[in-house]
Write a protein that binds this ligand. Structure first.
Ligand code: ADP
Ligand code: MG
Length: 418
């Protein structure tokens, strides 16, 4: 793809007018449709690539309420990945670069959709809509003064209007700012979908997504949406990837091999776990500004001073990820909300060193990957944004105040017509 050098072509005049007509009646037709075919688009803080999930969405009473038709991850090429990561570094970005990257990523998202549909032999006309998370380039959940008022902010790029125009498919995007407008931090948004998919009448279930940043959703026994809690636990793959990049110029510590070859410095680890983020009570969210390259550089320097090998630093950082997740589940929650079952997803489930550490830290808790309960762990977040777009188009709330801290729930996202 543009990721690999190919160019997306706008739809022809004829197909544009057909999709335009479809868009006009869409909102009314949607309510009548028992089943919608949608595309969910996700690119997380790891900036590893674009996840494209094609799903059929059924009524929430059906179990499971969706069927995965096709899934692909289109890796960013190195130049794109670097551009995205640099954009997240204050000082290195310019407004013009940001504006252009917003459009260019929109094009890449559109190409990723069109190529996924082509490869799966799925006609574009059968897709009812796209739900796109976008690429986060800044997340500032703390209240800070701006023009005399305290505000939070979050910024996702990969323009949904470009996606809609290039694919000829109605696109819902930019979900997070709606929650910010309601007083929330805009993250995490997946808890609502976790509640739809995984709630249980007889036990407390938690879901864990180990993406660039790790986050959990806590769904108490027999929970209503208002009982659901969700928060970022802290470091995830972004920290481990940054260390792999610094030491070996690799995008990740593949299969946790470097970490497995090192020794953990427990004394240093307990110092790292004194980071103020871990004392904050949920709901809370963080980003790669806190647990990304800047922290990796500090860890590499400190590791040097302690006479540790790069592998030792990776081993310590990997356990830092696992233990911060485990501690969050054990210490930040009221006793009644201690989960009995943990369902894991995100790229981190493919890191056996991390998963083994997590199982050791949470001995006694039943731990599964989401695959084992019927949801592809790599596709889960992309599927979630198809579900959230569906809710937007049906006029249903997309946020979960217990996860974002918003004053109330509300309809999220912007609807872009083709
Ligand atoms: N085989 C693997 N070994 C170690 N880490 C892996 C492996 N596969 C994926 N990952 C990690 O998962 C990350 C991608 O996870 P993902 O869930 O897509 O995160 P995000 O949502 O932030 O994009 C990669 O950058 C890498 O750190
Ligand atoms: Mg990813």
């Amino acid at each position: 793809m543009g990721l690999e050098g190919q160019k997306g072509r706008p739809p022809s005049e004829a197909s544009r007018s057909t999709s335009g007509e479809r868009a006009r009646c869409w909102l009314c037709e949607l309510r009548e449709k028992p089943q919608r075919r949608a595309v969910g688009l996700m690119s997380g803080t790891s900036a590893d690539g674009i996840d494209v999930a094609v799903v059929d969405l059924m009524s929430p009473e059906e179990s499971p309420p969706f069927r995965l038709i096709a899934f692909r991850t289109w890796p960013y090429d190195q130049e794109t990945r670097r551009a995205v990561l640099e954009m997240a570094h204050a000082g290195r970005s310019s407004l013009q670069r940001l504006a252009r990257l917003n459009v260019r990523l929109g094009e890449l998202f559109a190409e990723a959709v069109l190529h996924t549909l082509r490869d799966a032999g799925l006609p574009r006309e059968e897709i009812d809509f796209i739900g796109s998370h976008g690429q986060t380039v800044g997340h500032f959940p703390k209240l800070r003064r701006c023009l005399g008022r305290l505000v939070r902010a979050t910024l996702q790029i990969g323009e949904p209007d470009v996606i809609a125009k290039r694919t000829g498919i109605l696109t819902v995007g930019d979900f997070r700012v709606g929650d910010v407008a309601l007083g929330g931090s805009g993250a995490p948004l997946v808890p609502l979908v976790d509640w739809l998919f995984f709630r249980s009448p007889d036990r407390c279930v938690a879901t864990l997504n180990i993406g660039g940043i790790a986050n959990v959703t806590i769904i108490p026994k027999n929970a209503g949406l208002e009982d659901v809690l969700g928060f970022d636990t802290g470091p995830g793959n972004a920290l481990l990837n940054s260390l792999a990049e610094l030491y070996w110029e690799e995008p990740a510590d593949w299969d946790g091999r470097h970490a497995a070859a090192g020794r953990v410095d427990e004394e240093w680890l307990s110092h790292l776990l004194r980071h103020p983020y871990f004392r904050k009570l949920p709901p809370k969210s963080t980003g790669r500004e806190v647990f990304g390259m800047a922290m990796a550089k500090r860890l590499a320097e400190e590791g040097d001073k302690r006479g540790l090998s790069p592998e030792d630093v990776l081993a310590t950082a990997t356990l830092f990820v696992a233990r911060s997740i485990a501690r969050s589940l054990e210490t930040l929650l009221p006793h009644a909300d201690r989960p009995e079952l943990l369902i894991c997803s995100g790229g981190g489930v493919h890191n056996p060193t991390l998963m083994a550490q997590l199982r050791r830290e949470l001995a006694g808790m039943e731990i599964h990957t989401s695959q084992e309960v019927g949801v592809d762990p790599d596709a889960k977040e992309a599927i979630a944004f198809a579900v959230l777009a569906d809710r937007t188009l049906r006029g249903e709330a997309g946020n979960c105040p217990g996860a974002t801290g918003a004053g109330r729930s509300g309809i999220l996202g912007k609807i872009c017509l083709p």
